[in-house]
Design a protein around this ligand. Structure first.
Ligand code: SF4
Length: 206
């Protein structure tokens, strides 16, 4: 199932796969995760590209003022608030962590603007087993009947029981990519979905 999702998402050039070249370091994953909340994937992708064309490190980000950051990330939801958070985040990394991203869940969630999902994104994309659950992962897991949960934290715990640790690094990307391209929040492309035969929520047209 995960492989089918991954294949479909790559074929359809899901942003989560096409952005791979832009986002490499834990710092860049941290920033991208912060920008992505309450924002369309395409808008996040554009903001990430603009910001990282100017800054590559926490020091460089900390040197920009809030207005400059806001201008670069314009287009993402609550961009002024996020500009302030990014500035605080960059300062904290420079001052308290020697410009390194701490790769521990408990430390990550103490950083400005970083919640459970973002912390898990940074861990998962840094090679540390984790399953970040965003709206795509939560929605698709419930639609497919893998889980029956209200909250993303519950979905995370359940998915960790379902999938072996060796697969955790693939789960987030495959689900997100599939959610960006096929199992969309509104009007999912059920007619074109490779999982329609097993899906209890398949929407049949006509
Ligand atoms: S059949 Fe429809 S609802 Fe089910 S996983 Fe596929 S796109 Fe999503």
């Amino acid at each position: 199932m995960v492989e089918l999702m991954e294949r479909e998402a790559k074929k359809r050039k899901a942003p989560v796969y096409t952005l791979k070249g832009e986002i490499k370091s834990p710092f860049q994953h941290l920033v991208a995760a912060l920008l992505s909340s309450r924002t369309r994937d395409e808008a996040t992708a554009s903001a990430v590209q603009r910001l990282f064309s100017k800054v590559r490190t926490p020091e460089e980000l900390a040197e920009l003022n809030e207005e400059e950051i806001a201008e670069l990330i314009k287009g993402v939801g609550f961009y002024r608030v996020k500009a302030r958070r990014l500035k605080e985040l960059a300062r904290k990394l420079v001052e308290d962590y020697n410009s390194e991203v701490p790769l521990k869940f408990e430390e990550l969630v103490k950083l400005p603007g970083i919640g459970r999902k973002s912390a898990n994104v940074v861990l998962a994309y840094s090679g540390i087993p984790a399953i970040p659950v965003d709206t795509h992962v939560h929605r698709i897991s419930n639609r497919l009947g893998l889980v029956k949960t209200e909250k993303p934290e519950e979905t995370e715990e359940r998915l960790k029981e379902i999938f072996p640790v060796s697969m955790w690094d693939k789960v987030n990307k495959a689900f997100v990519g599939f959610g960006q391209t096929v199992c969309k929040p509104v009007k999912p492309l059920c007619d074109e979905c490779p999982l329609r035969d097993e899906c209890p929520k398949v929407e049949v047209k006509g």
